[in-house]
Design a protein around this ligand. Structure first.
Ligand code: TRP
Ligand code: ZN
Length: 879
């Protein structure tokens, strides 16, 4: 391994030596040679311990042209140019620095800083991209007022966008024009943005509760305007919701969203000028699935909500990332729940948490919601910071209640508007507003790992009591061997044998009639005695997934089947099905009994679900789906991924056979000719129909092939067409449909991403060779993260059978791609490298091969810190 930078430690935080009041930026845009002029109004920070400290500005890949201090040109020995720093000693307490810099946006393939995509200019500055644009104190606790003047060729770049309000514009010589933007709110550099190019707009107005008129604008490439209506409607819905639910209004004249196809993540909340991956903007029923529509709604809302939780109140340092991300994810989840189906939303969020965050917490990159150290901050935009962070906020919400939470956020904004703060400040506002003590609760921010909660229930016939004994334990994680007990809200109910909910009265209390309540666990082991219970109840535990834990209760299979039929809490009802199926699949895997038929009890329970119409179809669809291989993997050691895949596949086939008739009946009942609309009700029916189709596709019958063919040919929407194509993708003879689809959609990049993604998930022999071939398809590009994710990341992290093929070719392929990408885009390379994270958990022969590939990557000279951090931590797990 090679020399690498030192990790940054949370406890090393010191305030910046200087503050910046104002920044005036001027960009002379040229693809290969952009000139950036920056005028900084600086003053010493009284909070810094050393009153003569030098000014150390950050900068990467910049060519310095000149520096002026208070109008006077600095000579070369007035400053020191380091690798990524520019140091100026002995500055006066107040001064003005003017720095001219040259950068090359065209060759910037990292998609961080200023870059060119499809001939247009875009920026991405979070977390540390601004230093790739100009020299700056590139840290979030330096908040300044920005103005931006953009100068560019009028023909090639007719549209010039910046943060804040457009205040002036004009024309210059050589066919150039300029626009000046002023952002009245002070902000950290990571929220800076600029866009220039040939773009068109879909615009609307929104009037805030206090009567302010806001322009809502979505900027896209010509030809895409018709695909922006859903994003626009989502933005307006988010604006109304934030007023209603949190009392938060928009604060500028214009709210802009710009879509770009080359983008590292989902979207970015730059002040007044959000920049989005096209995937989260563009949708028409023919091109986008229900899942895509849903994703757009929540990402648009997420970025909009950042205007308060992230921008107006920002993070003091990057260790506090979850301050804005956990809270904003919580807010977007609540928004989606309020405008759609709360139950479906909750189950979906829990599935994501378990599939992405639980493995993270159990693996080599485990870190607390507020991490203690990092090598590369980009590696910490994780499921832990986002999804677990949201669960932590949700637990506070559960503890203080709906109104208490609103009191807490009101106080938070009152105290901290315009400031860069910490997670402690957020928790303090919640605690103070509700007059409670959250000291123990804060362990959720500092301890990594997923706690396990073990519950036992004892019924005492004579005393008419039901006693729950609850133990909690959090396993050791890298750097944290011992854990303290958490404060865990445990929501529960008790059902009698008829399915009725029993009043929950703890010993010493009087009956209030409540049948669902939240216990607060605080100790490693404690006991709760429920009184007045007249028969042995079935507990319904962790209702609504009240805490991000793994819960064990020794349910009999019959009790799970009972809860599937009766639990009034939709999450708990789904969870009963999930627990039953997980248990069954793990048993079959362990006993090598993969090919036994589905148990009669399960077939009967599923048949009941398929033939009733009391329960929301969307929920039934979720209950019928088998737990994913990634989820099952977590519960095993020395895993043989191929066998795991086969066991799951065999159960699916057996269920399809046993349930053929009710599946066909449900399919036919839900197959509708009603024109497509994206709404929770239609989407729910489509999801059940397509789950039925997915099972039926396991049956090799002409009748089913016909059904698939019809759905593929006649669908008026992408949800149905793609569901049929996904089935063909796994079948002999499916290639003609894949070819047909490609010829139809070859010019639509987002649709082609789906096509790449399907093939990356293929079960059929030769899947890896196919993926390799597809890398030379004209629609594929290694420089485009969406393409890389669809084809390569999907194969390496979700095609368990082929990625883990015994010949090891899947591993070699992944390592080769990590190395190739590392030179192009380290952030994307590092994310792909995480596909090796579970290497210590597979059986020994695969483990050896995975380790060898990890070592090969780690040895590569010049490896980025991004990838180095991931692979070195992964290798560390084997020590
Ligand atoms: N702050 C963004 C969000 O959560 C995510 C983000 C962080 C991002 N770094 C990025 C997006 C880099 C794109 C590129 O909404
Ligand atoms: Zn965010």
């Amino acid at each position: 391994m090679q020399e690498q930078r030192q990790p940054i430690q949370r406890l090393d935080y010191t305030p910046p030596p200087f503050l910046i009041d104002r920044v005036d930026l001027t960009f002379e845009l040229e693809e290969t040679n952009t000139r950036v002029l920056s005028r900084l109004v600086l003053k010493r920070n009284p909070a810094h311990p050393n009153a003569t400290a030098p000014l150390v500005l950050d900068g990467e890949e910049l060519a310095l042209e000149s520096i002026k201090l208070d109008g006077k040109q600095l000579a070369q020995d007035d400053y020191e140019l380091g690798d990524d720093t520019l140091t100026i000693a002995q500055l006066p307490d107040e001064c003005i620095l003017e720095i001219a810099t040259r950068i090359n946006p065209l060759t910037n393939t990292t998609l961080s800083g200023l870059y060119v995509s499809n001939g247009n200019f875009f920026t991405q500055c979070e977390a540390e991209g601004f230093r790739r644009i100009t020299w700056y104190l590139d840290r979030p606790d330096v908040m300044a007022k920005f103005t931006t003047t953009i100068i560019a060729d009028k023909t090639r770049y007719p549209v010039l966008l910046g943060n804040g309000n457009r205040v002036d514009q004009g024309v210059l010589d050589r066919n150039r024009h300029w626009v000046k933007w002023v952002d009245p709110f002070k902000k950290p550099s990571y929220l800076f943005a600029l866009v220039a190019g040939k773009l068109v707009v879909l615009a609307d107005r929104y009037t805030t509760g206090s009567g302010k008129n806001v322009n809502v604008e979505i900027w896209v490439e010509p030809g895409d305007v018709e695909k922006c209506h859903h994003a626009l409607a989502s933005a307006k819905a988010a604006m109304a919701w934030d007023e209603e639910r949190f009392g938060l209004e928009y604060d500028l004249d214009t709210y802009m969203i710009v879509a770009v196809s080359d983008f590292n993540m989902g979207a970015m909340e730059n002040k007044g000028l959000n920049i989005f991956n096209t995937k989260y903007v563009l949708a028409r029923p023919e091109t986008a699935t229900d899942v895509d529509f849903d994703g757009i709604e929540s990402v648009v809302a997420h970025e909009y909500f950042h205007n308060w939780t992230g921008n107006r109140v920002t993070c003091r340092d990057w260790f506090q990332l979850s301050l804005k991300e956990g809270l904003t994810v919580f807010r977007d989840q609540e928004f989606s729940s309020d405008i759609g189906s709360r139950a479906v939303q909750r189950i979906g969020n829990v599935r994501t948490l378990r599939e992405y965050q639980f493995p993270e917490d159990a693996g080599p990159q485990a870190h607390p919601v507020r991490p203690d150290s990092y090598l590369e901050i980009n590696n910490f935009y994780t499921a832990t910071v986002y999804e677990k962070g949201s669960e932590v906020v949700r637990m506070i919400y559960t503890l203080v209640g709906h109104d208490g939470f609103r009191k807490g956020t009101d106080l938070y904004f009152k105290r901290h508007d315009g400031q860069a703060v910490t997670c402690d400040d957020f928790v303090a506002a919640m605690a103070d507003a509700n007059d409670i003590d959250l000291t123990q609760f804060k362990r959720w921010y500092s301890q990594s790992g997923t706690p396990r909660v073990t519950v036992e229930g004892v019924y005492d016939q004579d005393a008419k009591t039901f006693t729950l004994t609850v133990e909690q334990h959090c396993p050791a994680t890298p750097g944290q061997s011992e854990k303290q007990p958490y404060l865990i809200p445990l929501a529960l109910g008790l059902l009698d044998r008829s399915g009725a909910e029993l009043p929950l009265v703890l010993a010493g209390e009087s009956d209030t009639g409540v049948t669902s309540r939240v216990l607060q666990l605080k100790q490693a082991k404690e006991r709760f005695v429920f009184t007045g219970i007249h028969s042995h109840p079935v507990p319904s535990l962790l209702r609504d997934f009240s805490a991000p834990v793994k819960l064990d209760y020794p349910y009999a299979d019959e009790e799970l089947v009972f809860l599937i039929a009766h639990d009034s809490d939709p999450f708990a009802r789904w969870e009963a099905a999930n627990t039953y199926l997980t248990r069954l699949l793990l048993q079959r895997y362990q006993q090598e009994a993969g090919h036994a038929a589905a148990p009669a009890q399960l077939v009967a329970a599923f048949e009941k679900l398929l033939t009733q119409d009391r329960i929301d179809p969307a929920l039934v669809a979720l209950m019928l789906q088998l737990p994913s291989e990634q989820f099952l993997f977590e519960a095993l050691n020395e895993v043989d991924p191929t066998r795991l895949h086969q066991v799951r596949q065999a159960l699916k086939q057996s269920l399809a056979k046993e349930l053929r008739a009710p599946l066909i009946a449900v399919y036919q009942k839900l197959h509708s000719t009603e024109p497509y609309q994206y709404n929770a009700e239609q989407a729910g029916r489509r999801s059940l129909k397509n789950v039925a189709l997915d099972y039926l596709a396991e049956l090799d019958e002409p009748r089913i092939t016909e059904l698939l063919t019809n759905q593929y040919r006649h669908a008026d929407n992408m949800t149905d067409r793609l569901a049929a194509l996904a089935a063909f993708n796994q079948r002999e003879g499916g290639d003609q449909y894949l070819a047909d689809f490609a010829s139809m959609w070859q010019d639509d990049a987002l649709v082609m991403d789906k096509w790449f993604g399907l093939q990356a998930l293929s079960d059929r022999p030769g899947a890896l060779a196919r993926v390799q071939q597809l890398m030379s398809h004209p629609a594929f590009a290694m420089t485009n993260p969406n393409k890389v994710r669809s084809l390569i990341t999907t194969f390496c992290s979700r095609n368990m059978a082929h990625f883990h093929a015994v010949d090891g070719y899947g591993y070699a392929f992944a390592a080769d791609r990590v190395l190739e990408l590392d030179k192009i885009n380290p952030q994307i390379a590092a994310r792909l490298a995480a596909c090796f994270n579970r290497w210590t958990r597979v059986e020994p022969s695969r483990r050896a091969m995975m380790r060898a590939e990890l070592e090969r990557v780690a040895r590569q000279p010049g490896l980025s810190p991004d990838t180095f951090e991931i692979v070195s931590k992964a290798l560390q797990a084997g020590k």
